[in-house]
Design a binder for this molecule. Structure first.
Ligand SMILES: C[S@@+](CC[C@H](N)C(=O)[O-])C[C@H]1O[C@@H](n2cnc3c(N)ncnc32)[C@H](O)[C@@H]1O
Length: 356
């Protein structure tokens, strides 16, 4: 493949299906099977087989039927389908979050992007597509075996190597190259350890996104950015995508689950030597209390910090018995309403469920 053909570098192919290409077969229930087309080979199902020759040379969007009558639509896989199905060594960033990252970090064609860690390369693929053939992506990964899987996943989807993609194996803080970067995305357990190193290379106005899975990481990275000073107040978000079912007058949310994936922490780099203005306000009670061991933002004054710590110590002595008494009163009140626990609860009327 030509290394500078933008369409080829996106991993998108058009025209009739060719041997060696990946296709996705989807049955009537939405179950997907991905395979690589080979002349003369069969795709086997419990309802008989389909020969790959029935797909090679045909346009996408066809339907193949097995001997047992099972029908499958035939399409080339989209990027998001590929990333959720490809081999993985580490958890991947899911399409709903990758989509948010591209928009909120304003990734653009020609951008110089830093990414760590690479994991299985799912986000690398989205970033490479967004920066196009003229952009550069420098990806860092601590573990050689993960970097190998990522490289295989990415080159297999693109059909070759992207001229602007480099993977460096090692810890980001130790290995970070001395080069300007427009955008940085950190997906790792402790992104706060890398903020100083990234800040030194991020151009003024550049964006940093940290993708974290837990609330404790969310708080830690937000406070580290405030503590650093050279970043704007971070935006902290979580994305939930809900599917819907629409059939005539039966229009309702789908039955799919809404599992938590992660949070995005996004912030912009200030000019060199310029600290971001911060709100002058007292921290929330006990926000930086005696149990807090992380970085303290610059707008928390020493006397506020001392008061906050003292308050949390006082509270731990005094509030617990009060809470216990309040709970006891609540439980007693509930008992007087429902003397035999559960006996007086309303029973659902027949047909009162959500049967379809
Ligand atoms: C959850 S995975 C990344 C998944 C990836 N974003 C994707 O979408 O496929 C986190 C990776 O970060 C790597 N990692 C953690 N800390 C690192 C560091 N300081 N420098 C480089 N890589 C790091 C881990 O080895 C792991 O592979």
């Amino acid at each position: 493949m030509s290394q500078l053909d933008p369409a080829a570098l996106s991993g998108v192919h058009t025209g009739p299906l060719r041997a060696g290409e990946r296709v996705t077969l989807t049955d009537i229930k939405g179950r997907r099977h991905t395979l690589v087309l080979e002349v003369g080979k069969d795709f086997h199902t419990t309802k008989g087989a389909v020969n790959h020759d029935e797909m090679i040379g045909r346009p996408e969007g066809g339907v193949v039927t097995t001997a047992g009558g099972a029908q499958f639509t035939v399409f080339r896989p989209l990027l998001y389908e590929y990333t959720v199905g490809m081999p993985r060594e580490a958890a991947v960033i899911y399409p709903k979050d990758a989509a948010q990252i591209l928009m909120w970090t304003d990734i653009f064609p020609g951008a110089r992007v830093l990414e760590a860690g690479v994991g299985s390369g799912a986000l690398s693929l989205s970033l490479l597509r967004a920066i196009g053939p003229t952009g550069t992506l420098h990806s860092y990964e601590r573990r050689q075996e993960f970097a190998d899987v990522a490289e295989l996943n990415v080159t297999s989807f693109l059909g070759g190597t992207h001229p602007g993609w480099t993977i460096t194996v090692g810890d980001l803080v130790d290995e970070i190259a001395d080069e300007p970067i427009d955008r940085a995305v950190l997906d790792m357990l402790s992104p706060w350890d890398c903020i100083d190193a990234v800040a030194e290379r991020l151009v003024p106005g550049g964006l940093l996104c940290c993708y974290v899975a837990t609330t404790t990481q969310l708080g830690r990275v937000a406070d580290q950015l405030r503590y650093h000073g050279g970043f704007t107040e971070p935006s902290l978000t979580e994305t939930d995508v809900r599917e819907w079912h629409a059939e005539g007058l039966a229009i309702r949310p789908g039955h799919g689950g809404h599992g938590h994936t992660g949070f995005l922490v996004i912030s912009r780099r200030m000019a060199p030597g310029v600290d971001a203005p911060m709100k002058k306000r007292r921290p929330a009670p006990a926000a930086y209390g005696a149990d807090y061991a992380g970085p303290v933002p610059r707008n928390v004054l020493p006397e506020q910090l001392a008061a906050n710590r003292q308050r949390s110590l006082d509270d731990s002595d005094q509030i617990a018995p009060a809470v216990k008494r309040a709970l006891r009163r609540h439980v007693d009140a509930q008992r007087s309403i429902h003397p035999a626990d559960g006996a007086q609860r309303a029973q659902p009327a027949p047909g009162d469920g959500h049967d379809e």
